[in-house]
Write a protein that binds this ligand. Structure first.
Ligand code: ADP
Ligand code: MG
Length: 470
């Protein structure tokens, strides 16, 4: 167990109980709130967004490394999205067996056939990492995955630093409170959206994302720029959206400049055939899509695995060995399950030592990965058929567990052994060949009890946190 610098405070039960109330109160004051599961569409009843009582120590060098590599990751995702031969080859085996990826891919092929109607690209990414503990006690930054639909916690994580600062001050830990960094991903993500909007070229256009409270801070930032923002579901767009003969997108009679997809990354998001029709309509439109279908595919786990093969990064950065080095340093071991000797080797390796790995299907949103003995069950069932190509295998990362309290509505206050995941936000805008903006715009630390192997904040497993640099 890593000894957190706040261990002494953590053990003081009476103080912890007081601080938990202080933290919840401060969360409400700072707007770290969310709607409830029981009344998800009500603005009458909200609660604090789940968060840790204390920030979590993160080595400064590793934190800075994660920030430094982000613009390269932005470039990488963007370059992959423009390389149709690469995407076709990388995803060939996956789309044979994974219906969801296959449907996304069909939209992609349709767009390739028709030609893109928009040369402006907006990317809002979050690259997620865990700190793998080395034998010598130091830790190394290892990427879990990259998300191309990931702006949501940008809003809340802009407000959580003040909550932890306040808690630490009340606890008498003034010095530590000053070591919590400012963080404002919402501003940087909004800047990307605003840039794309501006390039689209009109003052009376609208930005749309889908109905979700987390979009709120971003919407607010948009208002300052006098950009109107509306939130719509696929269903709504199906009823009131259309393209004109120039493929301009109209929703409720308003021309839309930028579409930010708040969801669309899980099969459940496409409730009917109409949802798929609407996704295709928006992809065809002149509106700037974030992500567009090719960028969405660039963010799949299969692509992540292919990138780890020798020589592939070099292809995307032919003259930038330093960028290759920075990115590759964050890769964990990733292994193909394609049919053939290499995939057979992966199967044998996983069956021999399942606890060393995570088996991942092509899914997003938490709760899909397979661990431990279940890896053997699944692989035994699919190892001789192409079904196995729906998965990739990844080295399991082992972060050092630390003690903290996870504050979650109606949950008893108890000390938990926790693991953290650090996300770094990137925003970029490209017009044709020109990268107009490419920035690292903030971070997100999420922490969960170590008994859960999977799942994020939205899945109800992880909670919001802040790094305390050491
Ligand atoms: P999703 O798209 O569902 O978010 P992730 O790849 O982020 O998929 O995995 C979900 C969760 O599973 C992560 O947040 C992390 O807690 C855990 N996880 C994923 N990959 C690994 C890994 N290689 N080692 C340890 N834990 C992992
Ligand atoms: Mg994830």
């Amino acid at each position: 167990m890593a000894q957190g610098i706040l261990e002494e405070v953590l053990m003081n039960t009476a103080l912890v109980e007081d601080l938990a109330e202080v933290a919840k109160d401060e969360a409400l004051l700072q707007g770290v709130v969310m709607r409830t599961r029981e009344t998800p569409n009500s603005s009458e009843l909200v609660t604090y967004a789940p968060l840790t009582l204390f920030p979590t120590s993160v080595p400064k060098a590793v934190f800075l490394q994660a920030l430094a590599v982000q613009t390269h990751y932005n470039t990488l995702v963007d370059r992959i999205s423009q390389d149709s031969d690469f995407l076709k080859e990388a995803l060939a085996s996956t789309i044979e067996v994974d219906d969801f990826t296959a449907r996304l891919f069909r939209i992609y092929q349709q767009i390739l056939k028709e030609g893109r109607s928009q040369s402006i690209v907006l990317g809002l990414n979050r690259s997620d990492y865990m700190l793998d503990q080395r034998d010598d006690g130091t830790s190394s930054l290892k990427q879990i995955e990259i998300n191309t639909i990931a702006a949501s916690f940008g809003g809340l994580s802009s407000r959580t630093p003040d909550v932890h600062r306040h808690v630490l001050k009340v606890a008498g830990r003034f010095e530590e409170s000053q070591r919590i960094l400012d963080n404002n991903p919402a501003a940087g993500l909004a800047q990307g959206i605003a840039k794309a909007w501006e390039l689209y070229g009109s003052e009376r256009l609208d930005f749309i994302n889908q109905r979700n409270l987390y979009g709120r801070l971003i919407s607010l930032s948009m208002c300052f720029r006098n950009i109107r923002s509306i939130r719509r579901r696929f269903d709504d767009v199906s009823r009131t959206g259309s393209l004109d003969q120039d493929k301009r997108l109209f929703i409720d009679g308003l021309e839309v400049a930028v579409v930010y997809f708040r969801n669309g990354y899980m099969p459940q998001n496409y409730t009917t055939e109409k949802s798929w029709d609407v996704r295709l309509m928006m992809e065809r439109s002149q509106a700037v899509k974030c992500p567009d279908i090719s960028t969405h595919l660039a963010g799949t786990k299969k692509v992540q695995q292919v990138l780890a093969r020798p020589g592939v990064l070099e292809k995307f950065f032919p003259d930038q060995p330093q960028a290759v080095e920075l990115i590759r340093a964050t890769f964990a071991g990733l292994y193909t399950l394609d049919m053939g000797p290499e995939g057979d080797k992966t199967v044998a390796m996983a069956l021999a030592e399942p606890d060393r790995f995570v088996l991942k299907p092509q899914r997003e949103g938490g709760g899909n990965n397979i661990y431990g003995s279940e890896i053997c069950q699944v692989l035994e069932a699919v190892k001789d058929s192409t079904e196995r190509t729906a998965y990739i295998l990844m080295d399991k990362i082992h972060p050092a567990p630390v003690h903290n309290y996870l504050l979650r509505r109606d949950a008893p206050l108890k000390m938990s052994t926790c693991l953290s995941e650090l996300g770094v936000f990137g925003a970029y805008v490209r017009r044709g060949e020109d990268m107009v903006m490419n920035e690292c715009v903030g971070h997100l630390l999420r922490t969960k009890s170590s008994e859960h192997s999977d799942g994020g904040v939205a899945a109800g497993v992880a909670v919001l946190d802040n790094p305390l640099l050491i």
